[in-house]
Design a protein around this ligand. Sequence first.
Ligand SMILES: C[S@@+](CC[C@H](N)C(=O)[O-])C[C@H]1O[C@@H](n2cnc3c(N)ncnc32)[C@H](O)[C@@H]1O
Length: 191
Amino acid sequence: MSINEYIIEFNHINSILNISQTPVEIAQFMSAAELHVPNINIILEIGCWTGGNLCLLSNIINPPGLIIGINPITNHPVDRINVPLVSRLVEPNQFVYIDGYSEDNNTYDRLLTLLDGRLIDALFMDRTDKYDEAMSDYNMYSKLMNSPSVIGFHDIVAYPDGPGRVFNEVRDDNYIRIDANDNRGIGVILI
Ligand SMILES: C[S@@+](CC[C@H](N)C(=O)[O-])C[C@H]1O[C@@H](n2cnc3c(N)ncnc32)[C@H](O)[C@@H]1O
């Protein structure tokens, strides 16, 4: 699909489940992921909120793939994920929701059991604006990445001392910086 088609898809999904991304930035991330990884079979989002962004990202998977979201259940009903709805929207792919904090060993162990030795083709990190937390997620989850694969860091422009700093510290020369001048930004590491 083209970037414009991803933006149309963004608007469609966003009318059902809000997506907290700048449309052109996430569309460019999807396009970069597709270009770099010929077969995307497994996608993970850390901080999947209500699952809208994962529904959008399901467009770059090679069906039937596996789509995993990590997010603790929140106290606010409006922020709670509707797993049957997200599962329907990403069909024929499988959606697995892991209710937990990304930094908890229990969450990580559940992911390892689910992956059963398989590796992640596309990871999107969007749970924090803090440097230590983003670095901790990167250190834990980057070990599970396939080759080739991509890691997206959200909010590198909005939080230059948080995810932005982590992105600059861990990337080598193989990266893309997406910035649509909306004070958000996505850093993409190409593995
Ligand atoms: C900015 S929202 C994510 C938006 C979503 N990625 C999107 O594009 O629409 C951040 C999410 O991270 C979740 N979160 C906060 N702390 C977390 C943690 N330790 N582990 C996983 N998710 C967490 C919050 O509950 C919230 O849903």
